[in-house]
Design a protein around this ligand. Structure first.
Ligand code: PLP
Length: 377
């Protein structure tokens, strides 16, 4: 998107506005498939659950990873055009329910769809056995998340030492473990995490095989880094290492899937906001904009992500502070932004804000989430 296009959209729709470019989503999807040809991509819907994005990725050939029953139904509703008799195959090929902890009601509601669900402990197994006996299982392993922007290993995953027993236990109760899965942590730029996780998964699958249980699906999770800035190591390099390990460690017949969220959508969106206030405090210029960390910039809190602000206006940059529209002091976008001198009603924008951004927007202070405009649908 050119700055002219962004400004035109902001003029037409008002601010705050999030502009999602579906050409970029398709390009990201294509890059993923090109670099990892053996891997089917299950888009992690939680990164950005806009139905338009689900449809674009579905048309491009993606499957989906969901974190809740509403997300499951969101995907299900958006593939309505498929003939009914293809639906069941569709579930297996198209949706993995990858939240290892599931409320009883969710399992009951999911059971009729014969879903593929993850688990990482014996209590969860008991629940699945009782409330969703027709589900297939994916065992989630705990793997190193070292250096990832968002770490998940303290919350999810069984230790490799427990894996064999958890697999045995599932088969003993007539459930079937279809897959082994892991997540290396989100925005993983330490590629050794993937290498270690692949080696751990291979060992677990080997051990299961030696006990008579063939597990034929490997789910390598999410964590593929989005190119937020030039310092992020290139995806192609990561893919090379993953491909080499897969060739070395797994039989050719193994089906491999991944759950990229951020990688598909982060770089596809830009938000445009408007300066609604300006003050001088301690000699520094402070701008107040009509978006906030409770809204599109929520990723600053929940996702540990920074979104540099840019102005459309030219001029000599000076250090300033930028605050969100709410009355909370936490709602600070930056204490050291570099922007030219701006006036009330001038527009600013932040790029690469498509993942974990408006997905976790709230209505705090009564301000609604930013409007979302989809382009190149
Ligand atoms: C959040 C999540 C993903 C997506 O992670 P990204 O880092 O956005 O790729 C994939 N799988 C699971 C189980 C998740 O919880």
């Amino acid at each position: 998107m050119t700055t002219r296009q962004l400004q035109a959209i902001a003029r037409e729709h008002g601010t705050p506005v999030v502009i999602v470019d579906h050409d970029v989503i398709r390009r990201n999807y294509a890059a993923f498939r090109r670099h990892l040809p053996r891997v089917q991509a299950y888009y992690a819907v939680k990164a950005n659950p806009a139905p338009e994005i689900v449809q674009t990725l579905y048309k491009a050939g993606a499957s989906f990873d969901v974190a809740s029953f509403p997300e499951f139904m969101l995907v299900h509703e958006n593939i309505r055009h498929l003939p009914a008799k293809e639906r069941q195959d569709f579930i297996w090929d198209k949706i993995v329910y990858a939240n290892p902890i599931k409320p009883r009601e969710t399992l009951e509601a999911l059971n009729q769809y014969k879903p593929l669900v993850t688990y990482d402990n014996a209590e969860e197994l008991k629940k699945i056995r009782k409330y969703a006996p027709s589900a297939g299982l994916a065992l989630r392993l705990r793997v190193p998340n070292t250096g990832s922007m968002v770490e998940l290993s303290s919350k999810f995953g069984c230790d490799p030492g427990e894996a064999a027993e958890l697999i045995e236990r599932a088969f003993r109760t007539d459930l079937v473990v279809e897959a082994v899965s892991f997540h290396v942590g989100s925005q993983c730029t330490n590629f050794d995490n993937f290498v270690q996780a692949l080696n751990m998964a291979a060992a677990v699958m080997q051990e299961a095989r030696s006990r008579g249980h063939e597990i034929n699906i490997l789910d390598i999770g999410g964590g593929f880094p989005a190119a937020y800035n030039p310092h992020v190591p290139p995806f192609g390099e990561l893919a090379k290492r993953i491909n080499a390990e897969i060739r070395r460690l797994f039989p050719a017949k193994i089906e491999i899937l991944a759950e990229p969220g951020r990688f598909f959508v982060a770089t596809a969106a830009t938000c445009v906001a408007r300066v609604i206030g300006k003050a001088k405090r301690d000699g520094k210029t402070c701008y107040y904009i009509d978006d906030s960390v409770y809204h599109t910039f929520s990723g600053m809190i929940f996702d540990h992500c920074l979104y540099p602000l840019k102005a459309f206006k030219r001029g000599r940059n000076e250090i300033c502070s930028v605050f969100g529209q709410t009355c909370d002091g936490l709602d600070t976008l930056s204490q050291s932004e570099e922007l030219p001198n701006l006036e009330i009603d001038d527009l600013v924008y932040a790029e690469n804000i498509g993942a974990y951004s408006n997905a976790s927007s709230t209505w705090f202070n009564g301000f609604p989430p930013a409007k979302v405009v989809h382009v190149n649908l």
